[in-house]
Write a protein that binds this ligand. Structure first.
Ligand code: PLP
Ligand code: ZN
Length: 447
């Protein structure tokens, strides 16, 4: 069933167990660590230049050439055409935004916003789901599940129906943004609201999937990350196949940052790029495990020999404090990120940095992107909030080319937006003005 171009491999160098892609297991059965998808590049037709992929646009009546993910299928070659699921994901754009750049006092030509809100379910998650569902079809899964802060459930629900699979989504109580919850219900997912936060849901879903043999669709699933690599391919495609100086991304479960690091490591290995951009991962203050572990506890990838003691002590402490993360950026409200180790590897590969920003900074940044850009949801705006700091302290130069990944659509979380404007919470607040139903009065209000 599986082809011989790809296999799964445990990321723990002391284990390094390998498995074919015909199995669905999500964690190494030997040691419990994360799995990677590896490729036998010598058995794959890899183009000599990335520009080969742009040419596929001319044959976009082939739906795999139309997909912004599968257009790059040579670089995520783990399944045959017949298993591939696609609903037109990845038709996203990189917007050069001089107005936001000016507001940040940077070179107006050097800021780029990659708007992943344009995906079918309104977030970058579709890039990963198209890949993971293709694998689910390949292993003949009948039913699937995920834990979600919202966007994962929306994407899973949408893709499950497009390939005739049943799905159950687990969400925490009272945390999910309304736009996202409305999608899960509308797309017909079996939606279970657990009394707890995302980390509780994540634990339950893993046990449920193991017990009932459901296909798991969290970013623990290594096939999802393969699809998410293409966000980076599309950014450099739109820069004329030039690599920017910086990629800025919000950090939640750390699937994206992990996938981006893998994408660049592979492109470099294949000789398709000559430079790897630096990666800035932005947490919210109220969910800053990665920032704390990297900046304060000095946790590093260390050639795969990650110091587990530091992580375990940190998590034990969270448990002892009964800690629950809190931020208005609900998509990154996660305190035990499942892809932590892979993210450390990405930081290593991309000479990356991490930092955290406050909810107020996220709100202002979101309004700024709304005013001068295409809009986005709160978690996505952590990128611009973080960039502001990194420019101020000189980490990022004013003339360096920066691509910020806007992970989710503006309409995902309307409550945060409306409250910010109505309650005049920040410098870009733009509340509606109440007016009597009278022409004279109304005319006075026109600016
Ligand atoms: C899932 C999500 C994130 C977090 O991404 P990770 O890959 O889990 O770090 C950020 N923003 C949005 C809008 C999301 O849906
Ligand atoms: Zn292992």
């Amino acid at each position: 069933m599986a082809n011989d171009t790809a296999y799964q491999k445990c990321i723990n160098p002391a284990c390094a167990a390998e498995f074919d892609c015909g199995q669905a297991m999500f964690k190494c059965p030997n040691c419990g660590d994360l799995l990677d998808i590896k490729y036998n590049w010598d058995k794959i037709e890899v183009p000599h230049k990335m520009s080969y992929f742009s040419k596929r646009w001319a044959t976009r009546d082939n739906r795999f050439d139309f997909s912004g993910v599968w257009r790059f299928r040579n670089l995520l070659n783990f399944c045959e055409d017949k298993y591939r699921v696609s609903i037109g994901e990845g038709q996203t754009i990189l917007q050069q935004n001089s107005l936001v750049a000016k507001e940040l006092s940077m070179n107006p030509k050097s800021l780029f916003l990659q708007y992943e809100g344009l995906n079918p379910s309104g977030s970058f998650k579709d890039n990963g789901m198209t890949a993971a569902f293709s694998h689910a079809v390949m292993v003949d899964a009948k039913s699937c599940a995920c834990a979600s802060t919202g966007n994962t459930s929306a994407a899973v629900a949408l893709y499950a129906h497009s390939c005739g699979m049943k799905c159950t989504v687990f969400i925490g109580t009272g945390r999910i943004a309304f736009g996202k919850l409305s999608q899960a219900m509308d797309y017909g997912a079996n939606t279970i609201q657990i009394q707890g936060d995302f980390d509780d849901c994540m634990k339950q879903v893993q046990d449920v999937c193991t017990k009932l043999g459901l296909y798991l669709l969290n970013s623990l699933n290594p096939f999802r990350l393969e699809g998410q690599k293409t966000i980076m391919y599309r950014i450099i495609e739109q820069l004329g196949w030039e690599v920017p100086d910086w990629i800025v991304v919000p950090g939640g479960n750390l699937g994206n940052s992990s996938a981006f690091g893998k994408a660049f490591a592979e492109l470099k290995e294949l000789g398709l790029i000559n430079k790897i951009p630096r990666l800035a991962i932005i947490n919210a203050d109220g969910a800053d495990t990665l920032t704390d572990l990297v900046n304060n506890k000095k946790l590093t990838w260390n050639n795969g020999n990650v110091d587990e003691k530091i992580i375990n002590e940190y998590y034990d402490n969270l448990t002892a404090m009964n800690y629950s993360p809190h931020t208005i950026a609900s998509a990154i409200e996660i305190s035990r990120p499942v892809n932590l180790k892979k993210c450390l590897r990405a930081i290593d590969v991309c000479n990356g940095i991490v930092m955290a920003v406050s909810d107020d900074e996220i709100r202002d940044a979101k309004a700024l992107i709304g005013k001068f850009g295409l809009g986005c949801e709160p978690a996505s705006a952590a990128t611009i909030a973080g960039l502001k700091y990194l420019l101020a302290d000189g980490t990022i130069g004013k003339d360096e080319r920066v691509a910020c990944v806007l992970t989710g659509h503006q309409l995902k979380d309307p409550n945060v937006t409306v409250n910010y404007h109505k309650d005049k919470m920040g410098q870009y607040s733009n509340a509606p003005i109440e007016a009597e139903n009278d022409l004279e009065q109304i005319i006075k209000l026109i600016k």
